[in-house]
Structure formats: C-alpha cells, structure tokens
Ligand binder design. Structure first.
Ligand SMILES: [Cu+2]
Length: 85
C-alpha cells in the first residue's frame, strides 16, 4: 500500500498501521516490504481474498504456500555484488 518516503511515511518499529482499501477481486496475492532490503530478508507473505458469494471451489481447508529463493548471504552484500556488473 505504498512506498516509504514516496506516498507514505515509514512505519516505525513497534508501530501499527491499518490500511483500508476497496477489495475489487478475489484471489491469492502476496505482500512484501519496500523498506530497504526487508523483502530480501523475508518480509513478505501471502494474502488470500475469498469472494463473498458466487461459485467457490469446495474443499476441507485451504493452505497458502509461498515459494521463494533464498541466499544466506547478507542482502546488502548481494546488492553490492549485483551493482558491480
Ligand atoms: Cu512491490
């Protein structure tokens, strides 16, 4: 819901921010941080928006699985290396 210093001020550590926005479609999406290299450090996850009514797939339960690549290197070091090329 925005970028720090572009359309929002950063959310400080320990602070809570509630975003309100109209939901126009259902589906599985993901959220991720745009602060520094937090996304590369794992600040991301799934968001599942279930439609209120209409046709639904019947199941016992749903699970969201997030697949990602990972490197044990410091993200700042990875970025520094990428900028060398
Ligand atoms: Cu993004």
């Amino acid at each position: 819901m925005g970028f720090p210093y572009v359309n929002n001020r950063p959310i400080e550590p320990g602070e809570t921010k509630i975003f309100e926005f109209p939901i126009k479609q259902s589906g599985t999406y993901w959220f991720h941080s745009h602060s520094g290299l937090q996304e590369q450090r794992g600040v991301y996850g799934p968001i599942v928006i279930v439609q209120r009514e209409g046709e639904r797939i019947s199941s016992d339960h749903d699970e969201a699985i997030v697949l990602s690549d990972w490197i044990d290197e410091n993200p700042n070091e990875v970025l520094r290396t990428l900028k060398m090329w």
